[in-house]
Design a protein around this ligand. Structure first.
Ligand code: HEC
Ligand code: HEC
Length: 209
């Protein structure tokens, strides 16, 4: 009995000492570990950013990159050298990604959403009133339903012409690890958009012909 209580007192004292020891030691954080730069804060010239390495694989030889989440705009997996910037007279993306042509290159055609104009017809009256879809809109920040439109163009909508506004090439550099795992709502969500003409217009009463 005596022995047991001596041992327990001993244990209690040593854990107390360990506890005190831990709480008094000041944790140190090195400057090198503070950010992504990996060098101390005084050595600007030693900061070497990770190299940007876009894919050099030509279209039809690259491997598509899994989508970041369901219906995310896919990253461009192939070389875009000589294709950017996109101009009014030079949009090479269309020459390979237009439905009907894309399949022969082994590329996905741009999806249904890209042939829909979500923008209302907008004009100004002589008096300076804003007209959206035939209705005078006094306050464009509140009368939202008056200027929502879903207009099937049967061709690429001008609002999608500048592909690189949403689709970007992916650098292969490894600056920061990524532990995010997407939870796709459709079975082939990693490789394919699930948006269809119907799911885009469901529940909306502003459909135009
Ligand atoms: C010469 C034909 C060609 C041109 C030009 C081209 N692409 Fe591609 N693109 C492809 C092919 C083929 C693939 C499929 C991957 C592969 O086989 O390399 C692809 C894949 C893609 C993907 C990935 C789609 C997915 O399934 O994840 C995107 C996004 C893309 N291209 C966008 C563009 C953009 C934007 C441009 C213009 C800057 C462009 N492409 C120009 C042929 C082309
Ligand atoms: C305003 C942003 C935007 C622009 C501009 C845009 N895209 Fe997209 N793109 C998206 C989004 C978002 C998706 C995925 C969801 C969907 O289907 O709309 C997508 C999907 C795609 C896909 C995958 C289709 C599939 O079936 O999975 C291709 C290919 C593509 N776009 C090509 C293009 C090309 C080529 C252009 C230029 C002519 C272009 N996009 C312009 C946003 C854009």
């Amino acid at each position: 009995m005596k022995l047991i209580s001596k041992i327990s007192i001993g244990l209690a004292t040593s854990s107390f000492l360990i506890f005190v020891g831990c709480s008094t030691a000041q944790p140190t954080i090195s400057e090198e570990s503070l950010g992504l730069r990996k060098v101390d804060l005084y050595s600007e010239d030693k900061v070497i950013p990770d190299e940007t390495k876009y894919s050099k694989a030509a279209p039809s030889t690259s491997k598509t990159i899994d989508r970041a989440f369901q219906d995310a705009p896919p990253m461009i997996p192939h070389d875009v050298d000589g294709m950017l910037p996109i101009t009014v007279n030079n949009n090479q993306c269309i020459s390979c990604h237009t439905p009907g042509v894309a399949e022969s290159f082994g590329a996905l055609p741009y999806p249904k959403s890209h042939t829909i104009n979500f923008r209302p017809d907008t004009s100004l009256t002589k008096n300076g009133d804003i007209v959206k879809n035939g209705k005078i809109v006094k306050n464009t920040s509140t009368e939202k339903m008056d200027y929502v439109t879903i207009n099937e163009m049967h061709k690429l909508s001008n609002s999608r012409f500048n592909c690189s506004q949403c689709h970007a090439p992916q650098s292969e550099g490894e600056l920061v690890g990524n532990t995010f795992t997407p939870d796709y709502t459709s079975k082939d969500g990693a490789k394919k958009s699930s948006w269809t003409g119907t799911s885009l217009t469901e529940g909306l009463d502003t459909l135009m012909e």
